[in-house]
Design a protein. Structure first.
Length: 280
């Protein structure tokens, strides 16, 4: 293929996207316009393509050119494909490639919270969740367990960071999401915007003054925003105070808490049943 380029010089400027630029530098690549991100593995890349994201280039292990990557590469016959043996790519990128394929892609302008929530009944809200593995796992649960969208505060890890997108299995490209405008305050203005759109807010918190997660009143609510907090400290006291409900997941064996990703799956399954019923 004429667009396949054998890697012979690690200093080729185009390879800097994979070899030397940090996630933040990629994010700001076209600043003030949306930047770039790196998608990893054929499944994640294909889901990004299906969602309309545009590839800039591919980095592919030799053996995958006619393997797992073949169908994707055939869709973009003019896009550069940088290729080498596995050992060369590991030396270039500094980490083991998952399924032998990376892709640099253009970001898109994020929609507003109002656009995301226009037809939503169940949304997940993440407050300062910083671990990319947790972000990816939460997105996967949100997409699978009947959430309509995910909203993030400014302190959250970027869902398009390579590890977050990979852990999500590409579901970051399948469920609508956006950040609260960084010019507004959270929780004050952000929570107020949710209430104006008709959402009742649910704080997932380790509090005794809580309602049961299977309370019929929760399931009956037309619109719910399920709010989960940062690793370790959980939700801020102000956020909990501003919510309509506080919910604590019942646990046994003297376990006092769940990882935020695990808690999200329980919450989305139970509180997303209204959407499940609508599907059925």
């Amino acid at each position: 293929m004429t667009n396949w380029i054998e890697i012979k010089d690690f200093n080729t400027p185009e390879l800097g996207l994979y070899a030397s630029l940090s996630e933040v530098q990629l994010l700001r690549y076209y600043e003030p316009k949306p930047g770039l991100f790196i998608a990893e593995s054929p499944k994640v890349i294909q889901r990004a393509v299906n969602a309309g994201y545009e590839p800039i280039s591919f980095l592919v292990e030799h053996r995958d050119l006619e393997g797992a990557a073949k169908e994707i590469l055939a869709q973009f016959p003019e896009t550069p494909v940088y290729t080498a043996e596995y050992d060369v790519l590991v030396k270039l990128t500094g980490f083991a490639l998952t399924r032998g394929m990376l892709c640099a892609m253009k970001r898109r302008q994020l929609p507003s919270v109002e656009e995301i929530c226009q037809n939503a009944c169940r949304v997940a809200v993440l407050e300062n969740v910083v671990n990319p593995t947790n972000i990816g796992a939460i997105f996967r649960s949100a997409a699978a367990l009947h959430m309509d969208a995910v909203l993030l505060t400014g302190g959250c890890c970027d869902p398009l960071y390579r590890r977050a997108a990979r852990v999500s299995m590409g579901t970051v490209f399948q469920i609508p999401w956006t950040y609260f405008d960084k010019k507004i305050s959270w929780p004050e203005t952000g929570m107020d915007s949710l209430k104006k759109m008709g959402f009742k807010s649910v704080a997932m918190a380790l509090r005794d003054d809580s309602v049961s997660i299977d309370d019929p009143a929760l399931l009956a609510e037309e619109k719910l925003a399920i709010i989960l907090g940062t690793e370790g400290d959980g939700l801020s006291g102000q956020t909990i105070a501003d919510c309509d409900y506080t919910v604590k997941i019942p646990m046994s064996h003297d376990v006092d808490s769940l990882n935020v990703a695990a808690a999200s799956a329980v919450a989305f399954w139970e509180l997303g049943k209204k959407n499940l019923n609508n599907i059925q």
